[in-house]
Write a protein that binds this ligand. Structure first.
Ligand code: FMN
Length: 363
């Protein structure tokens, strides 16, 4: 099944293997335009049934790391257009992962020097971001966020809509709204971080209001069948505390996405544990709540990927790190061929090394 094509609404994917979204920091921070190296990187990986791009910030304020490719200017859209043409010419499909880092950011990353935005004025402890200080790239503690006011919230939604429009102009097949991993939407969801007393804090409905208003606004721009939402249940990355009621929270969101006919729900297990346990109740609960396509991610090898598809708990499986070091990962998995090992030192290092120089199988 893993290597069989699948039709998801208007889209047909050559197989059920998704390249997970991965930030690689290969762009010039000043314009955040995908360059020729980025085109080549994605072209090499077009054998994936579906590529989810690296997180692309929706505004200057949304940026949280130096050198990420973005999607809020015409020049950035033109750069992504070249990427998408290359992926399509090689038979692949690609969605843009659209992203607001929220409090995982720093004033030095923003053109106007403004502090990060967040649900509340709580800085992320023990979390680093990647900035440029006096011309020198360096890791730094995240800044203290300024809570978004009503105009700021409207502005965030508008930014996602503009990026969705640019994504279509750039030829992406769809968008994934990044609701996972402790970034802006996850910060709003988290009751330990979100201390707001307005309509965006308190109840589950209120804490998911910003995400769902964004989904609705994006769905007015793009066919909902081409929208994906990513979540990371039980996650603790970026100073998050795991959700206190995951079996209530995530199925609730899944039902809301189902009502909106959103095409894809992407579930990432940061610990690579419960998602592989067929007896764990969350994936079946999501399946019961949501009729769209479920993507599962977190430590999947061929055998586990086949397992979760056979259990019926997911329709597609996203794989991350092995795609960094194996541009032809799908062919290798199909042949049970040996995989190249990834070098974590070059994940964000800039330059071609560890980016576009991993070898494909001969022939
Ligand atoms: C270098 C690197 C960059 C990543 N960047 C992102 C990102 O931009 N957005 C996101 O949602 N997840 C990001 N992730 C998480 C991956 O999408 C994926 O969930 C994770 O690597 C687990 O999958 P794996 O075990 O197959 O690697 C990143 C992971 C890595 C290793």
């Amino acid at each position: 099944m893993l290597f069989d094509p699948i039709s998801c609404g208007p889209l047909r994917f050559a197989n059920r293997i998704v390249m997970a979204p991965m930030t690689r920091c290969r762009c010039d921070h000043r314009d955040a335009v995908p360059n020729d190296m980025v085109v080549e990187y994605y072209r090499q990986r077009a054998g994936a049934g579906m590529i989810l791009s690296e997180g692309v910030p929706v505004s200057d304020q949304a940026r949280g790391y130096l050198g990420t490719a973005a999607l809020y200017t015409e020049a950035q859209a033109a750069g992504w257009h070249k990427v998408n043409e290359a992926v399509h010419a090689a038979g692949g499909r690609i969605f843009a992962q659209i992203w607001h880092c929220g409090r995982i950011s720093h004033a030095k990353l923003h053109v106007d020097g403004s502090p990060p935005a967040g649900p509340s004025a709580r800085a992320a402890a023990n979390s680093k971001t990647f900035i440029i200080d006096n011309g020198v790239p360096t890791m730094a503690d995240c800044g203290t966020p300024l809570p978004l006011d009503a105009a700021g919230i409207r502005g965030v939604i508008d930014d996602f809509v503009r990026t969705a429009r640019l994504a279509q102009q750039a030829g992406f097949d769809g968008v994934e709204i990044h609701g996972a991993n402790g970034y802006l939407f996850d910060q709003f969801r988290c009751p330990f971080i979100n201390d707001r007393t307005d309509a965006y804090g308190g109840s589950l409905e209120n804490r998911y209001r910003l995400l769902l208003e964004t989904v609705d606004a994006v769905a007015a721009e793009i066919d909902p069948a081409r929208i994906c939402v990513r979540q990371s249940p039980y996650g603790s990355f970026n100073d998050m505390q795991p959700d206190p009621a995951p079996l209530e929270t995530y199925p609730w969101l899944a039902r809301e996405l189902d009502k909106r006919n959103i095409g894809f729900l992407h579930i990432y297990d940061q610990d690579c544990t419960w998602i592989h346990d067929g007896a764990h109740p969350l994936m079946p609960a999501l399946r019961a709540a949501y009729r769209g396509n479920i993507i599962a991610c977190g430590g999947f090898k061929r055998e586990q990927a086949e397992g979760i598809l056979a259990r019926g708990h997911a329709d597609l499986v996203a794989i991350g790190k092995p795609f960094i070091s194996n541009p032809d990962l799908v062919a290798r998995l199909a042949q049970n061929a040996e995989l190249n090992r990834w070098d974590a030192d070059t994940f964000y290092a800039g330059g071609e090394k560890g980016y576009i120089d991993y070898p494909a199988l001969a022939g």
